[in-house]
Structures are given as structure tokens and as C-alpha cells.
Write a protein that binds this ligand. Structure first.
Ligand code: HEC
Ligand code: HEC
Ligand code: HEC
Ligand code: HEC
Length: 171
């Protein structure tokens, strides 16, 4: 009788562990822009990483730190990447990897789509969590819910940060 129960409990524990592993594999996680760099840097790839590094998005945490609000979740939600979802966490040692508005703030958490075999296949990448951003994506942050005087013109704003893979580089 006791042995049966022990067996049942172990079986349930093992099943739960497996379910958790499977769920972890199915849920995309934030990896940080450094992980996108190796395939999206350099002239041939359109200098996407280098261009982003020179934009305000890459340094968007700084004005929040300057105002002494580095622990304020409200600010971090718009000025960092993946805050509250496994990305930027002010208490974590790896927080610098998710500072500012990174690739994944717009393109979605990349753990499942960043593999070459997935990235080359747009449908597979989108199924794995890749987001091809639209105006809606920008409006999650470029809205006046906090900064009351904020205005946003999508076309103008996109022109300032537009990035493309050169035609001849696509394989
Ligand atoms: C809803 C999203 C959102 C929230 C919440 C938010 N910000 Fe911002 N913040 C933005 C955006 C978007 C901009 C850029 C506006 C622009 O340039 O049009 C910005 C700009 C700023 C700037 C000006 C930066 C510069 O380069 O001049 C400062 C400073 C700032 N935010 C601080 C904060 C602080 C501090 C908090 C929290 C108390 C906060 N923000 C909360 C989205 C947000
Ligand atoms: C502020 C939001 C935002 C950020 C940050 C951002 N992107 Fe994008 N990205 C976009 C939008 C919008 C498009 C165009 C989508 C479309 O054409 O449908 C795009 C398109 C792309 C494309 C496709 C280009 C093409 O030729 O079709 C690649 C590759 C890309 N981004 C990579 C990156 C990488 C790598 C980073 C980080 C270094 C990054 N993006 C950061 C918004 C962003
Ligand atoms: C996760 C929140 C977030 C998203 C999503 C977002 N932005 Fe931003 N954006 C910001 C913040 C915060 C700043 C201000 C950074 C600063 O001034 O330090 C900013 C600044 C900018 C700037 C000023 C850049 C510069 O270098 O002067 C432009 C242009 C811009 N965003 C365009 C866009 C566009 C276009 C999209 C959608 C494709 C977008 N943003 C999506 C948060 C966001
Ligand atoms: C192992 C290399 C590799 C890594 C790492 C990688 N990418 Fe890509 N990515 C590619 C390739 C290859 C393509 C297809 C480019 C082409 O069509 O020329 C691509 C395409 C894209 C596109 C355009 C998709 C489309 O269909 O238009 C976006 C957006 C993108 N990557 C974002 C990212 C982001 C964000 C990261 C980091 C989380 C990342 N990539 C990491 C290799 C990579």
C-alpha cells in the first residue's frame, strides 16, 4: 500500500518535471541584442546592429537612471527590453544585456527564432515568436500614457531608424 503511494507520487513528480521542461522549451525567452549581433552586423548585412547602437533606443535606459528612477518598473517597461518578462531586471547581474530598447523589444523574444535554420525561413521564425513590427508595436511605448505631451508620427519615426538587409545579401 505504502509502496504504491510512493510510486504514484514519484510518477506525478516526474510528469510535472517533464511538463515544465516542455513548457520552458515552448516559451520564447529574451536573449539580448549581443546574440543578434553576430548575424546582423557588417556592411553585407546592412549594418543593422551598428546603426541601432548609434540610436537613442540603444541608450534609452540612461535618461531613466539620470532621473534616479532605475528601480521604477513603470519607466523600465518602456526604457528597457523584456522588463517583467525575463529580460531587464534591476536586481539581476545580467541586467546590462537587456538595457535600452533592443531588437527584441520590437521583434519579440529571440531564444527560439535566432537559430540560423529558423531565421532563414520567415514562416518558421514567425511561428517561433519573431514579430515583424508595425505601428502598433511602437505605440506600446510611444503613447502619452506617461509623458503627456508625447506625439508620434510613425512614418517620420520609422525613417529615422529604418534598417534593411541589402538585396544582394539575401540568400
Ligand atoms: C509608455 C512608455 C513610457 C513610460 C512609462 C516612460 N517613458 Fe520615458 N519615454 C518614452 C518614450 C517613447 C520616449 C521618447 C519620446 C520621444 O522622443 O518622442 C521617452 C523619453 C523620456 C525622456 C527624454 C529622453 C531624452 O533623450 O531626452 C526621459 C528623461 C524619460 N523618458 C524618463 C522617463 C522616466 C523617469 C519614466 C518613469 C517615471 C518614464 N520615462 C516612463 C516612453 C515611456
Ligand atoms: C524600434 C523597433 C525596432 C528595433 C529596436 C529593431 N527593429 Fe528591426 N525592424 C523594425 C521594423 C518596424 C522593421 C520593418 C518591418 C517590415 O518591413 O515589415 C524591421 C525590420 C528588420 C529586419 C528586416 C529588414 C529587411 O530588409 O526586411 C531585420 C533583419 C531586423 N529588423 C533586425 C533587427 C535587429 C538585429 C535589431 C537590433 C540590433 C533590430 N532589428 C531592432 C523595428 C525594430
Ligand atoms: C519598448 C518601448 C519602445 C518601443 C516598442 C519603441 N520605442 Fe522608440 N523610443 C523609446 C524610448 C524610451 C525612446 C527615447 C530614448 C531616449 O531618448 O533615450 C525612443 C526614441 C525613439 C526615437 C528617437 C530616436 C533618436 O535616435 O533620436 C525614434 C525615431 C523612435 N523611438 C522610433 C520608434 C519606432 C518607429 C518604433 C516602432 C517601430 C519604436 N520607436 C518603438 C521606446 C520605444
Ligand atoms: C545565426 C544567425 C542569426 C542570428 C543569431 C539572428 N539572426 Fe536574424 N536573420 C538571420 C538570417 C540568415 C536572416 C534572413 C536574412 C535574409 O533573408 O537575407 C535573418 C532575418 C531576420 C529578420 C527579418 C525576417 C524577415 O523575414 O524579413 C529579423 C527581423 C531578424 N532576423 C531579427 C533577429 C533578431 C532580433 C535576432 C536576435 C534575437 C536575430 N535576428 C538573430 C540570421 C540570424
Amino acid at each position: 500500500m505504502k509502496k504504491d503511494r510512493l510510486f504514484l507520487v514519484s510518477a506525478v513528480v516526474i510528469l510535472l518535471a517533464f511538463t515544465m521542461i516542455l513548457m520552458a522549451q515552448d516559451t520564447p525567452a529574451y536573449v539580448g541584442a549581443e546574440k543578434c549581433k553576430m548575424c546582423h552586423k557588417g556592411e553585407k548585412k546592412g549594418m543593422i546592429f551598428e546603426q541601432w547602437e548609434g540610436e537613442k533606443h540603444a541608450h534609452a535606459l540612461q535618461p531613466v537612471l539620470d532621473e534616479g528612477e532605475g528601480e521604477n518598473s513603470l519607466c523600465l517597461g518602456c526604457h528597457t527590453t523584456g522588463h517583467g518578462a525575463g529580460g531587464y531586471d534591476p536586481a539581476s547581474e545580467t541586467k546590462d544585456a537587456f538595457a535600452g530598447v533592443q531588437c527584441e523589444a520590437c521583434h519579440g523574444p529571440g531564444s527560439l527564432y535566432k537559430k540560423m535554420s529558423v531565421m532563414k525561413d520567415r514562416d518558421a521564425a514567425i511561428a517561433a515568436g519573431l514579430n515583424m513590427p508595425t505601428e502598433e508595436t511602437c505605440l506600446q511605448c510611444h503613447n502619452n500614457s506617461h509623458h503627456e505631451d508625447m506625439t508620434f508620427d510613425y512614418k517620420e519615426a520609422w525613417k529615422q531608424i529604418e534598417h534593411r538587409i541589402p538585396e544582394e545579401a539575401s540568400e
